[in-house]
Design a protein around this ligand. Structure first.
Ligand SMILES: CC(C)(COP(=O)(O)OP(=O)(O)OC[C@H]1O[C@@H](n2cnc3c(N)ncnc32)[C@H](O)[C@@H]1OP(=O)(O)O)[C@@H](O)C(=O)NCCC(=O)NCCS
Length: 330
């Protein structure tokens, strides 16, 4: 059974309520119907019910049994606006602005998650990453002990000798452009937790990647990764984590043995932490496009799960992201 099929089995056992703020969008409506039909979660389409019905008609989607919420007429609008105002007034948000923003399906969806009216949220078929992340950071905020939200990609590689039976976790590939050593350490600790909780890794083995292995090169960029290793050891003393090391030293046993002898991670890493967003984003695309890996992404470090889609996503991508969001919520 593939990684995603296993994830679907787990999601079916504990159906979560997932808010879809792009509820009028055609791929989202079709994905919601498929999620309902397969019993994967309880999707909530947020938007104008007339427009949602119109999309249903246009795409030939049966909307029967799908929950829809219209922020404009919702009895919760005022309470949500009050909550948003309380959360953001110190940052200069006025009551009028809070009321206006709450009518925006993205903000409304985030407030549903904040209050527990939904267990998670998936968006991004039409919005940019920043459009979705900013309200998530402002409203949902971070998990206790974590200050940095980041992303985590699971790469399902054709070569099953790699990582965890072919699965590799990559972080961060979407959120933090130029992390400090402290942020890098938090990304590593969060990625290990995502590997354990979401993808069932028994022992996450985390490699902090660089262009240097154990002092083979000297540069301030290498120093940053070495410092992140120290901070991460301090944050999570029981975590199997090592670095700095090069990509091949992390993954290939004989290279790991020769470049980092005695390392508990080198040659057998299953979680790879990239030193910045350029390397992480490029790295996952190389693995996907040249390496032939399937990839799935989630955000990590938020107090409740909210996940982003690519604007080029397919109906299936939305279904898969809802499944992973439901598992994060569970
Ligand atoms: C994440 C991102 C949207 C934040 O944007 P930003 O302009 O820094 O937003 P703001 O400064 O308004 O930050 C909003 C709030 O979130 C907080 N924040 C920003 N990034 C954060 C992070 N990674 N983790 C936790 N909190 C964060 C800020 O401290 C701020 O908090 P406050 O308003 O309560 O003080 C931005 O870093 C970004 O666009 N990242 C890259 C996304 C991208 O384009 N990726 C490519 C995808 S393929």
């Amino acid at each position: 059974m593939s990684m995603m099929e296993q994830a679907k089995e787990r999601a079916r056992r504990n159906r979560k309520r997932i808010a879809l703020p792009e509820g009028e969008e055609s791929r989202t409506v079709q994905a919601a119907a498929r999620i309902r039909d397969e019993g994967l979660a309880e999707p909530i389409l947020i938007g104008d019910p007339d427009r949602i019905r119109e999309t249903g008609k246009k795409t030939g989607t049966d909307l029967c049994g799908l929950e829809t919420v219209n922020p404009e007429t919702s009895p919760k609008l005022q309470a949500y606006a009050d909550m948003l105002y309380a959360l953001r007034k110190a940052k200069g948000l006025t009551r009028e602005e809070a009321e206006k923003l709450t009518r925006d399906p993205m903000y409304y969806g985030m407030l549903m998650v904040k209050t527990g009216d939904a267990d998670g949220l998936v968006s991004g078929a039409e919005h940019t990453t920043g459009d979705m992340l900013r309200p998530a950071l402002q409203i949902i905020r971070t998990k206790p002990g974590i200050q940095t939200v980041s992303s985590c990609f699971v790469m399902d590689c054709p070569n099953k000798a790699l990582g965890e039976n072919g699965l590799l976790i990559y972080a961060d590939c979407v959120v933090v452009p130029n992390p400090t050593a402290g942020e890098l350490a938090q990304i590593a600790v969060s990625a290990a937790e995502t590997a354990r909780v979401l993808f069932d890794f028994k022992e996450p083995r985390v490699a902090m990647l660089s262009f240097s292995t154990k002092g083979s090169a000297k540069h301030e960029l290498v120093d940053k990764v070495r410092q992140a290793v120290e901070i991460a050891h301090h944050m999570a003393p029981d975590l199997t984590l090592d670095g700095e090391m090069q990509f091949d030293a992390a993954l290939i046993p004989e290279v790991g043995r020769s470049k980092a002898p005695g390392s508990p991670v080198a040659g057998r890493a299953n979680v790879l932490i990239f030193p910045d967003l350029q390397s992480g984003n490029i790295g996952y695309k190389i693995t996907q496009r040249i390496g032939g890996a399937e990839c799935f992404a989630v955000l990590q470090g938020l107090a409740a799960p909210c996940n982003d889609l690519s604007r080029g996503c397919s109906v299936e991508d939305i279904v898969n992201t809802v499944v992973l969001t439901a598992l994060q919520a569970g």
